[in-house]
Ligand binder design. Structure first.
Ligand code: UGA
Length: 313
């Protein structure tokens, strides 16, 4: 089997690529290598993939997508402009281009590539905004409260639209706050653990009472593999949610326990677009894919702590 992984140098993209390579897939990657966060981190992610991994370093908008899709069976579309907090203001143009326009161009190219048997799109829990109920199911009304969430939902609609109109074999996976080794440096756990390891200061946005359903990266990778190879109706949308119900303050207690000391915590105003709570109902992913999360918050955070500490040794 041959896969195209977009965003292959990123946190989730490189983790999917590593798993595919380990399972004997041919993998070609594409990544814009943007400087939204340190490019060195992406180079570290790529170094892990070693030889036999072919990476095109360019934005999706600039590559020859037909050539990139040659011989490809499955597309794992992980590329995008991440980050809820920075999607306001002028930067929105970047989100539109990287998340919406690039997805549309990719779907058009897949229409011209009938050998592609599946497109797995990395959607996001941010499409729900402040959800009406918990656990939130795929049938609940999405209502994003950040521009980022709006673009992730728009691209998800494009995936379902190309499925309904042209039969494109798309599946959208709504990831709930992914964590674990190689997590992006702008995300809470990597920030908190790095501060704990280096004696730096932690910034908490708002009261810290906001709750997240955190999902361990290997579980997200597993969901992608299952979505690529299971029988799934085109246009299907599935929550990929770890099932945790943990506040940021509780995360800090866990970080303090791991680091074995007091944390230097500064509290600032809530960040615009930051949802109060996420909690996904993953019943459908269990039914359709046979997927279940396996790594919980305590074990996963400990593994991420090991990774952060190794980087500073
Ligand atoms: C994360 C990802 O960053 C998004 O790309 C993704 O789409 C989204 O999950 C999702 O589930 O769809 P978020 O939940 O904000 O978004 O993830 P974190 O950066 O790990 O933040 C978790 C919580 O910690 C948020 O409430 C945030 O405000 C808070 N936080 C984060 C802090 O208090 N301090 C920080 O330094 C960072």
């Amino acid at each position: 089997m041959k896969a195209l992984v977009t965003g292959a140098a990123g946190f989730v993209g490189s983790s999917i690529s590593a798993r595919l390579l380990a399972e004997g897939w041919d993998v070609v990657g594409v990544d814009a290598m943007t400087d939204y966060y340190e490019v060195d981190r992406k180079e570290e992610n790529l170094a892990r993939l070693g030889q036999g991994f072919d990476l095109v370093r360019a934005p999706l908008a600039e590559v020859d997508l037909d050539a990139l899709l040659a011989g490809v069976d499955v597309v794992f579309h992980q590329a995008g402009q991440p980050g809820v907090r920075s999607s306001w203001g002028q930067d929105f143009a970047t989100y539109l281009e990287a998340n919406v326009a690039a997805t549309q161009a990719l779907l058009e190219a897949v229409r011209r590539a009938p050998h592609v048997s599946r497109v797995v799109y990395a959607s996001s829990s941010s499409v729900y905004g402040d959800a009406e109920r918990f656990p939130t199911s795929e049938l609940d009304r999405p209502a994003p409260i950040s521009p980022y969430g709006v673009t992730k939902l728009a691209a998800e609609h494009l995936c379902s639209l190309y499925a309904s109109q042209f039969g494109l074999p798309t599946v959208s996976l709504r990831y709930f706050t992914v964590f674990g080794p190689r997590q992006r440096p702008d995300m809470a756990f990597t920030r908190f653990l790095t501060a704990a390891a280096t004696g730096g200061q932690i910034t908490v946005y708002g009261t810290g009472e906001q709750i997240r359903d955190f999902t361990y990266v290997d579980d997200v990778v597993e969901a992608n593999l299952l979505a690529a190879t299971s029988e799934v109706k085109p246009g299907t949308v599935l929550n990929v949610a770890g099932g945790t119900h943990v506040s940021v303050n509780e995360v800090l207690e866990e970080v303090a326990a791991l680091a074995g000391g007091r944390l230097d915590v500064r509290r600032v105003a809530r960040s615009d677009g930051d949802v109060t709570r996420t909690g996904g109902d993953a019943t459908r992913a269990a039914e359709v894919l046979g997927w279940q999360p396996r790594v919980g918050i305590v074990e996963g955070l400990a593994r991420q702590w090991e990774w952060v500490r190794d980087r500073f040794e």
